[in-house]
Write a protein that binds this ligand. Structure first.
Ligand SMILES: [Zn+2]
Length: 150
C-alpha cells in the first residue's frame, strides 16, 4: 500500500486529542501503510482473516451486552464487559461514524485481554488497521490468534 495523502490525513486524525483523547497510534511512529502491511503479514502468518475476527468481536459484544455493564461469562470461557457512552466517533478515514462504546474481553486462563469499540471493529474489518503499538485499543494479532483458536 502506498503512503497516499489520504493515509497521511488519516494519520493526523489519529493523534491524541483529535478524535479521541488517547488517539490510535500509541508510541508507533510508522506510517499507516507500514503498520497495516506488518499486521496483514502477521494475520497471514497466523492464519487469521480480518472479516472472521471482526465477526467474532461483534458476537462477543452482542453477548456481553446482557451484562448491562457488569462482566459476564460468554461461551463458558470469556469474561466480557460492555460499556456505552453518549455520542459517536468518526472513522479517521472519514467514511463513517460509530457509536462510542467499549468492550473488553478477558481470557481468565491466561490473562489475555483485548479492548475494542465499534470503531475498532470497523478499522479492523475495512482498513485492516489494528492500531499502533502501545495503543490501549490495539488488537494485537498474536493475542487475537490465541483467542480465535481457543
Ligand atoms: Zn473507515
Amino acid at each position: 500500500m502506498k503512503n497516499t495523502q489520504l493515509e497521511k490525513d488519516a494519520r493526523e486524525r489519529m493523534k491524541p486529542g483529535v478524535i479521541t483523547a488517547r488517539g490510535f497510534l500509541g508510541r508507533d511512529e510508522r506510517s499507516l501503510a507500514d503498520i497495516i502491511q506488518a499486521d496483514e503479514e502477521a494475520f497471514r502468518r497466523l492464519g487469521l482473516e480480518f472479516d472472521a475476527v471482526a465477526d467474532r468481536l461483534e458476537a462477543w459484544k452482542e453477548s456481553g451486552t446482557r451484562g448491562l455493564g457488569e462482566p459476564i461469562t460468554v461461551e463458558g470461557r470469556w469474561l466480557v464487559r460492555t460499556g456505552d457512552a453518549r455520542g459517536v466517533l468518526p472513522c479517521p478515514w472519514e467514511d463513517g461514524v460509530y457509536h462510542k462504546n467499549s468492550v473488553d474481553v478477558t481470557d481468565p486462563r491466561n490473562g489475555d485481554l483485548i479492548i475494542y469499540s465499534d470503531l475498532s471493529v470497523h478499522l479492523l474489518r475495512v482498513h485492516h488497521f489494528c492500531q499502533g503499538l502501545g495503543s490501549p485499543f490495539r488488537l494485537d494479532p498474536d493475542t487475537l490468534a490465541r483467542m480465535m483458536k481457543a
